[in-house]
Ligand binder design. Structure first.
Ligand SMILES: N[C@H](CCC[C@H](N)C(=O)O)C(=O)O
Length: 259
């Protein structure tokens, strides 16, 4: 079978996107998703995203990690599917779509997508890390030697260790650059390696830094391996609302693959 796909990337987090409005893709085929994401035997990507019709929203997003399993929300993937929907002519400059963690409002201007993330009402503060869920689960910890860390080894140890074990969490290492700017490197669950950026991850870092009073700003810049992302938010009581993840999302190529 010939499968048409588009390749997108959002600050280096890269995805295979498929227009699945006609339900052409076999959604439970873990082996196929893994094969398509394989960087040697397939297209190569951190994840695969299906765009589908939805009765009550402009479209529906279904997200799979490169291990082939459907997973929780992908912030950079959310930015890429908004750019894809705009490219397909499904939306113009703004949209409301539905994903596994609920509905998301977003705007697009040129190649910059501003994506609203789910509200965050709980942040667990521990001695040397913070845990919160921004649509996906995130462990956030400081690292002074962030350039030298062996992310794959150190990230995997945390991701598979207590209290996460098999279900796991994404692991973000942070270094403060200035009052409202931080550098982030992320080990992603389901990719089981470092990715060049993680959208729900930088969102978690921005909120964690504000929660820990490392910044007083409600607009934070995150420098990631694949570029720069911005996160803005409002603190309402002990919750975070009106959270937006902003950055570039671009189409790299269109292709067909035999599978
Ligand atoms: N690997 C994540 C999902 C993708 C998150 C990341 N790509 C993003 O941009 O938020 C997980 O299984 O929790």
């Amino acid at each position: 079978m010939k499968l048409s796909f588009y390749k997108y990337q959002g600050t280096g987090n890269d995805f295979v996107l498929i227009d699945n409005r006609q339900h052409i893709f076999s959604k439970n085929d873990t082996k196929l998703v893994r094969q398509l994401c394989d960087r040697k035997f397939g297209i190569g990507a951190d994840g695969l995203i299906l765009l589908e019709n939805d009765d009550a929203h402009d479209f529906k997003m279904v997200y799979y990690n490169s291990d082939g399993n459907e997973s929780t929300m992908c912030g950079n993937g959310g930015r890429c599917i908004v750019a894809f929907a705009n490219f397909l002519g499904i939306i113009n400059r703004e949209t409301t779509f539905v994903a596994i963690d609920g509905t998301h409002y977003a705007t697009i201007e040129g190649d910059v997508v501003n994506l609203q993330m789910q509200e965050v009402t709980e942040i667990e503060t521990h001695a040397d890390y913070v845990f919160l869920d921004t649509g996906s689960p995130h462990h956030v910890t400081f690292s002074e030697n962030i350039s030298q860390i062996d992310i794959k080894t150190e990230g995997a140890a945390i991701r598979y260790g207590a209290p996460y074990f098999e279900e796991g969490a994404n692991v973000n290492f942070v270094k403060k650059l200035s009052d409202a700017e931080f550098r982030v490197r992320t080990y992603e669950r389901g990719v089981e390696d470092e990715t060049l950026s993680c959208g729900t991850g930088v969102t978690a870092v921005a909120l964690a830094m504000h929660h820990l009073k490392e910044t007083a700003s409600t607009h934070v810049v995150l420098q990631v391996e694949g570029g720069m992302l911005e996160v803005s938010f409002e603190r309402v009581g002990t919750s975070y609302k009106n959270i937006f993840l902003k950055g570039k999302a671009t189409q790299v190529f269109k292709g067909e693959i035999l599978c």
